[in-house]
Design a protein around this ligand. Structure first.
Ligand code: PEP
Length: 255
């Protein structure tokens, strides 16, 4: 049984005061939520204070990026050990914005994923096709290549712990969500590749869908057999909205 996992990706948003205000408003709203892992991936600048605020709650802290080296002359970069020091459990790697805006390639992402596992954190590895790739019917080819290369350094015995986020680039921040059925189709393909690569452990890896997930569409997505969670940008910035998202069972009952 894979435990649902919902991750907020705040991207480059929120000052310390805004982040603390979010946590103070969010925690009481999710007090009765059970059997869902909730993760906040916040800017580096608020990791410490958000981490302090989350102490005593079950909500996990995550970074949105990491550098694969343990330390050294890498101006402005952040190492795994620094994230561990602040209580991070996860870090997102290979987000499409990192790939497209900052030129991050699969090999670099693979090194980050391995460094996280080596340093006691867990990677949330993002994959997903662009609009042009989808229209050229290259979705499966692109996702297969990204998966193979980004997971190249994940040892089989640690595979069950990682999280994969399938995020079609055309659905991120656009308000266009993949239909539950088309997201499920790609998730099923990813699952097959993971089982091929890791055997039984591949069946335990949790797969998040990302791309304009909102309280209104989360239930239908989460009901798909191979969708185990969501990676949420815009709708995670407001505590009320993200609390409704993580209470996706209740959203289903009200629809
Ligand atoms: C994301 O940040 O990964 C994302 C999916 O954003 P949004 O939910 O805003 O589409």
């Amino acid at each position: 049984m894979r435990r649902p996992i919902l991750t907020a990706n705040w991207k480059m948003h929120k000052t310390v005061a805004e982040a603390e205000g979010f946590v103070d408003a969010f925690l009481p709203r999710i007090a009765t939520v059970r059997d869902v892992e909730i993760v906040l991936a916040v800017p580096f600048t608020v990791l410490d204070r958000v981490g302090q605020r989350l102490k005593g709650s079950a909500v996990q802290l995550a970074a949105q990026n990491v550098h694969p080296e343990a330390g050294g002359a890498f101006t402005a970069e952040i190492a795994v050990g620094m994230l561990a020091d602040l209580g991070c459990r996860y870090a997102i790697v290979g987000h499409s914005e990192r790939r497209s805006l900052f030129g991050e390639a699969d090999e670099f992402i693979a090194r980050k994923a391995a460094a996280l596992l080596g340093g006691g954190l867990l990677p949330i590895v993002c994959v997903g096709e662009s609009l042009g790739e989808r229209e050229a019917e290259r979705t499966f080819e692109v996702v297969r290549r990204q998966l193979e290369a980004s997971l190249a350094r994940v040892p089989k015995e640690r595979a069950a712990e990682i999280v994969i986020a399938y995020e079609p680039v055309w659905a991120i921040g656009t308000g266009r969500t993949a239909t539950p059925e088309s997201a499920q189709e790609v998730h099923a393909f990813i699952r097959e590749r993971l089982v091929e690569r890791f055997g039984g452990a591949g069946a335990q890896i949790r797969l998040q869908y990302g791309g304009s997930v909102k309280p209104e569409n989360v239930y239908a997505l989460m009901k798909q057999p191979e969708i185990d969670g969501a990676l949420v940008g815009g709708a995670s910035l407001d505590p009320e909205s993200f609390a409704r998202l993580v209470s996706f069972e209740a959203q289903g009952e009200s629809q």
